[in-house]
Design a protein around this ligand. Structure first.
Ligand code: NCD
Ligand code: ZN
Length: 467
C-alpha cells in the first residue's frame, strides 16, 4: 500500500520542509517535490498543515490489568489515537507490576490485540528485590525501568500506595535506601539502560506531613506536605549517582523550578541526566485548585506560576527533552475523597497533543521544538529512534497532522477514557490536531478512528545509542 501525503509542511530534524511525503509498506519511502505525480493507492491532503513525526506519549498508566474499573488499555490507546498520539509507552505499575520478564511477556501479549496505537512497555525497578531482573527486562525490549522513589508499594501486589502514612506498615514495601539505589544505578549502567525515577524524597515527605500537624485538608496543606525540596533533593541524589556510575538517569514528570535547576546544573556538569514534564505542570497552577478541587491532585503536585514559567524555560532550553501525559486515571468518586485521601493522578493521554499544539499556536514553543519533545527526543531516549520519532526514509510512517490556525474544544463528552472526566473540560484551544497516519495508513481523522485497530508492540533497541 502506497500513501501520499500532499501539500503539507513537514517538520523534520532538519527543520520545516514544504514537500510531499511518499509512504509504502508501512515505512516512509521518500520526501518528494510538492505536486510531482506519484503512483499511490491513497492520498492525505495536508494543505495548510504541519506534518509532524507521530507523537509519542512515554508516560501512560492504563491500569490494565488489575484496576480496569479505572481505565483499560483499549480505552487509553483509543484516547491516544483520537488525541493525535501514535505510540504510547505503558508504565509498569498495573497489577501485577512488570517486575520480571514473565510479566513483561504476558503484558505484551495481552495488550497486543487491544492497542489502537503502537506501544512500548516499561519495566519496574524495585531495588534489591529485582536487581538482576532489570537487565532481562532490557533485553526483552523494555524502553526503560522506572523506580518509584517516594512511594511505598503494597508488598503483595507491588501496587502504589498513595498515602503510606495511613497504611499498615507491615503491608508496605518501602523504597530502598540510598546505598541500594546506588547499586541499582550501577546495575543499569552495566548494560547501558535507562533508569527513570519518580523523584520525591520519602523522608522529606514523611516529615513534612508530620510538621503540618494535622491531616491534609486544603491544597496549600498538600503543597506543604510535598514541598519542591523533596523533588529537588531526589533529583540531586540521582544526578550524583548518574555521574559516578555513568547510568542514564531520567526524571519523569518534573514539576518544580527547583527540580529544573538541579537538572540544568547536572547536565552542565556532564551528568547523563534528562527530564520530562507534563501538560498539567505547563498549563495549571495552584490557583486552579479551588476551581478543580482534588481533581488537580497529582504526584508530584502542580505548583506556582513561577514553577510553571521555569518549566517552560526548561522545555525550551533543552533541560527538559520529553513531554508525556502521565495519564493516571481514577474513579470520580475516588478523586472526590478530598485533597488528603484522594489518589493522585488524572486523565491526560488524549489531551497531551492538543494542549501542546495550543502552546505552539500561542508562541510558547516552536514547531521544531514541539517535534523534539513530543517525538524525536522521546524516541531517542527510549531506544525507538530512528524507527520512530523522525520523518526520513526508512522510518515507520507514523505522522500527526496539525492545523496551526484551527481551534478545538475539550469536553468530557468527547473523551474516550473509561471514566471520561478531564481536568481541561471546557477549555477552548488554539490549533487543532486534524489527523494521523499509523504504519503508513490513515488512522485518525477529526478525533475519531479511521479503519481497524492495529497497534503493534515496539521493542526498544538501545544498542549504541545515547541522548
Ligand atoms: C501515578 C499513578 O497513579 O499511577 N500517579 C500520579 O499522580 N502521577 C503514579 C506516578 O506516576 O507517580
Ligand atoms: Zn510517578
Amino acid at each position: 500500500m502506497r500513501l501520499l501525503v500532499r501539500n503539507g509542511t513537514l517538520v523534520t530534524e532538519q527543520g520545516l520542509i514544504a514537500a510531499d511525503l511518499l509512504c509504502a509498506d508501512g515505512r516512509i519511502r521518500a520526501l518528494v517535490d510538492r505536486g510531482e505525480p506519484q503512483p499511490a493507492d491513497e492520498h492525505v491532503d495536508a494543505t495548510g498543515q504541519l506534518v509532524f513525526p507521530g507523537f509519542i506519549d512515554p508516560h501512560v498508566h492504563s491500569r490494565d490489568p488489575g484496576s480496569t474499573h479505572k481505565e483499560t488499555f483499549a480505552h487509553s490507546t483509543l484516547g491516544a489515537l483520537c488525541g493525535g498520539t501514535t505510540t504510547v509507552l505503558e508504565m509498569p505499575n498495573a497489577i501485577p507490576a512488570v517486575t520480571d520478564v514473565a510479566t513483561f511477556e504476558s503484558r505484551r501479549r495481552e495488550h497486543a490485540g487491544r492497542a489502537w496505537v503502537d506501544f512500548g512497555l516499561w519495566g519496574m525497578a524495585l531495588g534489591p528485590a529485582n536487581l538482576h531482573e532489570v537487565v532481562r527486562l532490557h533485553r526483552a525490549g523494555a524502553v526503560a525501568v522506572k523506580f518509584f522513589w517516594g512511594y511505598a508499594l503494597d508488598k503483595e501486589t507491588k501496587g502504589l500506595v498513595y498515602d503510606f502514612a495511613a497504611a499498615p506498615p507491615d503491608s508496605l514495601l518501602l523504597p530502598p535506601e540510598n546505598g541500594e539505589v546506588l547499586e541499582m544505578f550501577r546495575e543499569v549502567a552495566s548494560y547501558g539502560g535507562v533508569l527513570a525515577a519518580h523523584c520525591e524524597d520519602r523522608h522529606i515527605l514523611a516529615r513534612s506531613a508530620e510538621l503540618l500537624g494535622h491531616p491534609i485538608e486544603t491544597y496549600d496543606d498538600l503543597l506543604l506536605a510535598r514541598p519542591a525540596v523533596a523533588e529537588a533533593t531526589s533529583i540531586a541524589v540521582g544526578a550524583q549517582f548518574a555521574r559516578v556510575t555513568g547510568c542514564r538517569f531520567h526524571v519523569v514528570h518534573m514539576a518544580s523550578a527547583a527540580g529544573a535547576r538541579v537538572v540544568r546544573e547536572a547536565r552542565a556538569a556532564g551528568a547523563p541526566v534528562t527530564a520530562e514534564t507534563c501538560p498539567q505542570y505547563l498549563t495549571l497552577t495552584d490557583r486552579d485548585a479551588e476551581r478543580l478541587g482534588p481533581a488537580i491532585k497529582v504526584y508530584p503536585p502542580v505548583r506556582s506560576q513561577a514553577d510553571q514559567d521555569a518549566l517552560w524555560a526548561a522545555v525550551n532550553d533543552g533541560t527538559i527533552s520529553s513531554v508525556g501525559s502521565d495519564h493516571a486515571p481514577h474513579l470520580v468518586e475516588e478523586k472526590m475523597l478530598g485533597f488528603g485521601s484522594a489518589p493522585a493522578g488524572g486523565l491526560g493521554v488524549e489531551t497531551l497533543a492538543p494542549l501542546m499544539v495550543d502552546a505552539m499556536a500561542r508562541g510558547r514553543i516552536s514547531a521544531t521544538r514541539l517535534a523534539e519533545v513530543l517525538s524525536t527526543s522521546t524516541a531517542k531516549l527510549y531506544g525507538l529512534w530512528p524507527r520512530k520519532g523522525t520523518i526520513r526514509p526508512g522510518a515507520d510512517a507514523d505522522l500527526t497532522l496539525v492545523d496551526p490556525s484551527g481551534s478545538c474544544h475539550i469536553s468530557n463528552d468527547r473523551m474516550h477514557a473509561l471514566n471520561p472526566v478531564t481536568t481541561w473540560d471546557g477549555w477552548n484551544l488554539r490549533g487543532r490536531v486534524t489527523a494521523s497516519v499509523l504504519g503508513g495508513a490513515p488512522a485518525m481523522k477529526d478525533s475519531e478512528p479511521v479503519g481497524e485497530r492495529r497497534g503493534r508492540f515496539v521493542a526498544a533497541d538501545h544498542d549504541g545509542r545515547r541522548t
